[in-house]
Design a protein around this ligand. Structure first.
Ligand SMILES: Nc1nc2c(c(=O)[nH]1)N[C@H]1C(S)=C(S)[C@@H](COP(=O)(O)O)O[C@H]1N2
Ligand SMILES: [Mo]
Length: 169
């Protein structure tokens, strides 16, 4: 299970990323603004729900801690949405404390469109369907809202260590 739908081709000239709080406050970064933030390098293991894992992958991206710094919110949930319409939900705390990035490079190279370029969410401690490719924004919510796969039977949280693949796992 890799991608639902065709690969969007988003040029960095039009790309932007936004955070929208539960009160409707919006923060937005264009490509240059995102890349001007502190870009971290991280080496992580990835786990796909169809049982493959890929160990020690190296990414560069902006931590969600950086992007959410100073954002006033009491929301507990988040939904990431992508160019092309994909969505995936997760608790806000799973985006914080060095656990998630807006990744712009893989293995030292810009992310290819197939792998979510210009930028994708990277949340390596959850199953890879949570790592939204072609990410365009994150909404912070008081109430949880299932995303694309979560609303058709995938596990709402998706912890690979507890093998949370489907509802009821
Ligand atoms: N926008 C979007 N992001 C997505 C998906 C998708 O269909 N659309 N599929 C997810 C799933 S199921 C997997 S396994 C990974 C695949 O990432 P890759 O193509 O870089 O290997 O992307 C995730 N992110
Ligand atoms: Mo997947």
């Amino acid at each position: 299970m890799l991608s639902a739908g065709p690969t969007p081709q988003i040029s960095t000239e039009v790309w932007n990323f936004s955070v929208t709080t539960e009160t409707g406050e919006v923060r937005r970064w264009n490509w240059a603004e995102l890349n001007a933030l502190s870009v971290e390098r991280t080496t992580v293991d990835l786990h796909c729900v169809t049982k493959w894992s890929k160990l020690a992958t190296t990414w560069e991206g902006v931590s969600l801690d950086t992007l959410l710094d100073g954002v006033e919110t009491s929301a507990e949930y988040a939904v990431a949405s992508s160019y092309g319409g994909y969505t995936t939900n997760l608790p806000l705390e799973d985006l914080l404390d060095g656990k998630a990035w807006i990744a712009v490079r893989y293995d030292g190279e810009p992310l290819t469109p197939e792998h979510g370029g210009p930028a994708r969410l990277l949340v390596p401690h959850l199953y890879l369907w949570k790592s939204a490719k072609w990410v365009r924004g994150i909404r912070l919510l008081n109430d949880d809202e299932p995303g694309f796969w979560e609303s058709v039977g995938y596990h709402n949280y998706g912890d690979p260590w507890r093998e949370q693949r489907y509802w009821g796992d």
